[in-house]
Design a protein around this ligand. Structure first.
Ligand code: GLU
Length: 308
C-alpha cells in the first residue's frame, strides 16, 4: 500500500478546522498551556517507512495511552491470572475516571485496565524495589518498543498531575481498602503520573503501534518484543474500551484498535499494515481528540482500514 506525505498533508488540513470546536483539558493545569490548533499524524508502515504530516515535531505526554503499555508490561511480568484477578475485561460505559461502578460491582475490582481505576491496579503490580527501580524497569521495557533509550517523562506535567490527582488518589485508596492493591498509595501515584507524563512525538507513538501491528515483532530488527497473545489482549481492550465511553461509536465509524489520552494523542493499530500516531489537543466532550478522531475516520475510510 502506498500512502504519501501529500495524502496525509491533505487530510491534516481537511480536519484542522475542527480544532476550533474542541476544548483543551483543564483539570491538569500544565496540559492547558498548549496551542489548540495543532494536528499531526504518523503512519509507521510495517515495511519500515514512516509517513508523516502536520506539526510532527511537537511532543506531547501520552496520558492514558500509557495504559496499553503498562498492561502489556504487567502481563509479561505477572501473567494473565494475576492481572485478571485484579481487573476485569468489560467496558464500563462510564467516563474514564468514574468511581461509580467500583462501588456497585462485585467483587469491587475495576471493570477493565483502560479506565483509571484499572490502570492503577495494573501499575500497582510493577515489580522492583522502590519508585526508581520500578520506574527504570518499566522504562527499559518501553525503550524496546520505541527503539529509543532516552525516553523521559515531562516533570512539569507530572508534578501538575500529582497536585491535582485527588480523584485518582481516592480510587487507589478504595482499591487498597478492598485488597485489589497493596502497598504505598503515594508511590503508586508517583509511578502512575510518571507513566502518564511520558513524552513523545507522533512518529514515536506510531513506531509503538507498528510493534503491535506486527504481532509483537520489532519492525526494524525483527526481534520478538511481545508475545502475540499479549498483543491480542491489548488490541481487544483497545477496541472495547480504548476510546473512553465512545469506544462503540469509534469501532463502528473507524474500526481500528485505538487508545486515546486527554492530551489529545491517539495510538492506532492496523494489524499487518501499520502503527498510527495522532496528536491534536482540542478534545470533544468525552475527552477524545476532536480533529484526531476525524483524521482517523478519514484514513480508515480512504484506505479501508476497518477490521470489521
Ligand atoms: N493522567 C490522566 C488521569 O489520570 C490520564 C487520563 C487520560 O488520558 O484518560 O486523569
Amino acid at each position: 500500500m502506498r500512502i504519501t506525505h501529500g495524502d496525509l498533508d491533505r487530510f491534516v488540513e481537511q480536519v484542522r478546522p475542527y480544532t476550533e470546536y474542541g476544548q483543551i483539558v483543564e483539570y491538569i493545569p500544565a496540559l492547558a498551556k498548549v496551542d489548540p490548533s495543532q494536528v499531526s499524524i504518523a503512519l509507521h508502515m510495517l515495511e519500515g517507512e514512516c509517513v508523516t504530516a502536520g506539526d510532527t515535531e511537537e511532543t506531547f505526554t501520552i496520558q492514558s495511552i500509557s495504559k496499553v503499555l503498562s498492561l502489556a508490561y504487567i502481563l509479561m511480568e505477572r501473567g494473565e491470572a494475576e492481572v485478571f484477578h485484579r481487573v476485569g475485561m468489560e467496558p464500563t460505559g462510564d467516563p474514564f475516571n468514574s468511581i461509580a461502578k467500583l462501588e456497585t460491582n462485585r467483587p469491587n475490582k475495576p471493570l477493565n485496565p483502560m479506565i483509571n481505576a484499572g490502570a492503577l491496579a495494573v501499575t500497582a503490580l510493577m515489580p522492583g524495589d522502590g519508585l526508581e527501580e520500578r520506574w527504570e524497569r518499566f522504562r527499559k521495557f518501553l525503550s524496546a518498543l520505541t527503539d529509543k533509550d532516552t525516553l523521559t517523562f515531562n516533570d512539569e506535567v507530572q508534578q501538575s498531575e500529582l497536585e491535582t490527582a485527588d480523584l485518582n488518589r481516592s480510587l487507589a485508596y478504595f482499591l487498597r481498602q478492598h485488597q485489589v492493591i497493596q502497598g504505598d498509595v503515594e508511590e503508586l501515584l508517583q509511578l502512575y503520573t510518571r507513566q502518564c507524563s511520558i513524552e513523545m512525538n507522533c512518529q514515536e507513538l506510531a513506531r509503538i503501534g507498528a510493534v503491535f501491528a506486527r504481532d509483537g515483532i520489532c519492525p526494524t530488527s525483527g526481534e520478538s518484543i511481545l508475545p502475540p497473545y499479549i498483543v491480542r489482549i491489548c488490541k481487544t481492550f483497545m477496541v472495547t474500551c480504548g476510546m473512553y465511553n465512545a469506544s462503540g461509536e469509534f469501532a463502528i465509524k473507524v474500526g481500528i484498535p485505538a487508545k486515546t489520552g486527554v492530551s489529545g494523542g491517539i495510538l492506532g493499530i492496523v494489524p499487518g499494515v501499520c502503527g498510527i500516531g495522532v496528536y491534536s489537543p482540542a478534545l470533544d466532550e468525552k475527552g477524545n481528540s476532536l480533529a484526531g478522531w476525524k483524521l482517523m475516520e478519514l484514513i480508515s475510510r480512504t484506505y479501508d482500514f476497518s477490521m470489521f
